[in-house]
Design a protein around this ligand. Sequence first.
Ligand SMILES: Cc1cc2nc3c(=O)[nH]c(=O)nc-3n(C[C@H](O)[C@H](O)[C@H](O)COP(=O)(O)OP(=O)(O)OC[C@H]3O[C@@H](n4cnc5c(N)ncnc54)[C@H](O)[C@@H]3O)c2cc1C
Length: 522
Amino acid sequence: MGDPDAIVIGAGPNGLVAANLLAEAGWDALVLEAQDSVGGAVRSARDVHPDYVHDTFSSFHPLAVASPAIQALGLERFGLEWTHAPAVVGTPFQDGGWALLHRDRLDTAAALSVDAPEDGDAWLRLCARWDEIGPQLVSGLLSPFPPVRSGLSALGRLPDAGGAGLVRDLLAPARSLARRWFTGRFGPALIAGNAAHADIPLHQPGSGLFGLLLAMLGQEVGFPAPRGGAGMLTEALARRLSSYGGRVRTGTRAWEVLVADGRAVGVRTSSGEVIRARRAVLADVPASALYGGLLPWSRLPARLRLGMRRFRWDPGTVKVDWALSGPVPWASMPARLPGTVHIGGTVPEVQATYAQIGAHAVPDRPFLLLGQMAATDPTRAPEGAESVWAYAHVPQRVRFDAGDSGIRGVWDESDRERMADRIQALVEERAPGFASRVVARRVLGPRELEARDENLVGGAINGGTARLRQQLFLRPTPGLGGAQTPVKGLYLASASAHPGGGVHGACGANAAHAALTHPHPH
Ligand SMILES: Cc1cc2nc3c(=O)[nH]c(=O)nc-3n(C[C@H](O)[C@H](O)[C@H](O)COP(=O)(O)OP(=O)(O)OC[C@H]3O[C@@H](n4cnc5c(N)ncnc54)[C@H](O)[C@@H]3O)c2cc1C
């Protein structure tokens, strides 16, 4: 085999989407992956219990379904099949009520009316307002090229499309948006719980847009999961890549990007092997691992180093996986089981979690994202059993434990188990008898997550904070937004670039389009 046209470092969804687009355009694309299997943070295994499939990281993929880049690949032809839970997402309340999002807006409205009769109508009016611009905004943000311009032009059309009210709603913090629209508890919980998938505090601008975007997307496309496990998505990407002649080398870690005459010309691996690339190198690694890591600062302009000092990670994560002998015994069963559950997902609860994280405290009652995977895809567990996960965010640097179990934030086994007990106790509050159904439990702290995927620095799941200061052309750093780097033929293809975390492949697609538009043969 001769030198490839392009080397893609990292076989996460972004790296694999990038390699697919390059291979489809006729380039010889070689993907180097440090781990022994492809997929990055989209993998699954039977490693918690042999009878159960657990997603090691991400599970629900509305962004993949909404993403023009992934949709255009036709992954269904390569073995991908989407499955849906009976309801999209829900928040259980102490009194047995559930705030539920459904795929039909009339069903969602009816569910909200149970708590406050006028909130059903309010929901339908909010949906109508979203219809004016939301779908274009989503596809603009996820569109491969040109990323910034199309996202912004959708924003620029806002006043024409929906008037000042719409602009006010989209720019409002989630807390104010929820207050303005709803009188009951369920509507605000849908906004707050979905906003809490990003790390933007609910009183800050950007949180409302994020909560609204994810809720509306969930209603439009559901929160689907790949049948058989999250890894089926990235395996389909790898199969498609090889059908176009692309290659993947697992167990091969890139150590250095080689540069000659200001141009990326190849990669040195950690075993010292030099692999040359004829046209481009695309890096599905965090911005902080590329700048000052794979590329030494001496090869980079000083202003980039200054800019990267402002780069901020999103919080760390502790994730617990359980194999259960039966379904989650919710205190009151919802009419239809949601695949994703927000525990502690009311506005004040989410606010408290992010305030504690902001104060570098381990939250005493963290907001939990929980997935009931067999309810979504029965192949994940033996009949009648359930494969469950829940995760909570923790500060990147811990100063103290806001709870009473003395978690130090070093995330050794003792810290991890105590945090897992805290998470499990919160689930037990809503689902009494949960513990008695546990057949196996596994805890992944920040270090275990990072060991399985080095992009998850300190357990950060989104390649950097989603706050507005690090969005659009400010991502990863002002003056260097998007896939471009100061080195010709080198592109940043990971979630550290616009449009950020999530399984949509748009960062990889942007990098591939940039490489194809400016090939630098040498
Ligand atoms: C616990 C968890 C839950 C999540 N849940 C969801 C969810 O439900 N829905 C959703 O949309 N998103 C979710 N996410 C976020 C989503 O998974 C990520 O944003 C997405 O995977 C980012 O894709 P990526 O290709 O940029 O990076 P990654 O998926 O992290 O892949 C990067 C790859 O590059 C490899 N690599 C890094 N450095 C090198 C090197 N030097 N040499 C060779 N290989 C290297 C890594 O080993 C890894 O395989 C979740 C993330 C986590 C961690």
